[in-house]
Design a protein around this ligand. Structure first.
Ligand SMILES: [Fe+2]
Length: 204
């Protein structure tokens, strides 16, 4: 299902393979959704990014630098670069194997949200209330505090003073095949598949 990757290998950025078995996510995300979401949507952002930076000064910059340098005045580059980052980060936020929250991360979640359960409730509430398309993130700010934020459309914490730790894609293309318009059902099914090991490694 991931054969489309080989057709874009000559460009600067390449579509990363999914870091898990796309058949292993139960009713949360089906293989069909991963096929469209990764092989069509994410691949599209990568190929449009490569086309947009060809022959420009962005061509020898890394992804995070491109995001920072295009945010203010080049939406064609920014949207595709940010969506490449956001989708890659989302795949890494997921695991088909249940994982425990690390001790350090657990301490920070309890410190900043009161409890892990309350953090999950708040995160789900924020993701449910995001109007239109976008992303919900757990981030760490430059003082070390954890926070939940929304970003609209392609916006991303990259290049801000907030470090992304965990994200979920709440564009309709992320859940419509499996949950139709029921975003809360998609969000409720998310928690058993969070890659807490990855989240912990993103802490500053
Ligand atoms: Fe998406």
């Amino acid at each position: 299902m991931l054969g489309a990757i080989t057709s874009i290998h000559f460009f600067m950025f390449t579509l990363p393979s999914l870091p898990f078995d796309p058949k292993a996510f139960g009713t949360f995300i089906s293989e069909e959704t991963f096929s469209y979401h990764h092989d069509k949507h994410h691949a599209g952002y990568v190929s449009k990014l490569n086309a947009a930076i060809e022959g420009t000064s962005f061509i020898d910059q890394d992804l995070e630098t491109i995001i920072q340098n295009s945010r203010a005045n080049n939406s064609g580059v920014f949207n595709n670069a940010a969506q490449h980052f956001n989708h890659s980060f989302f795949w890494n936020s997921l695991s088909e194997k249940p994982q425990n929250i690390t001790e350090e991360l657990n301490k920070l979640l309890v410190r900043d949200f009161g409890s892990v359960e309350y953090f999950k409730e708040q995160f789900t509430q924020v993701a449910s209330s995001l109007f239109g398309s976008g992303w919900t993130w757990l981030v760490q700010n430059n003082k070390g505090t954890l926070a939940i934020i929304q970003t609209a459309n392609a916006e991303t914490p990259v290049g801000t003073d907030q470090t992304p730790l965990l994200t979920i894609d709440v564009w309709e293309h992320a859940y419509y095949i499996d949950h139709r318009n029921a975003r809360p059902a998609y969000l409720e099914a998310f928690w058993p598949y969070v890659n807490w090991q990855f989240v912990a490694t993103q802490l500053v």
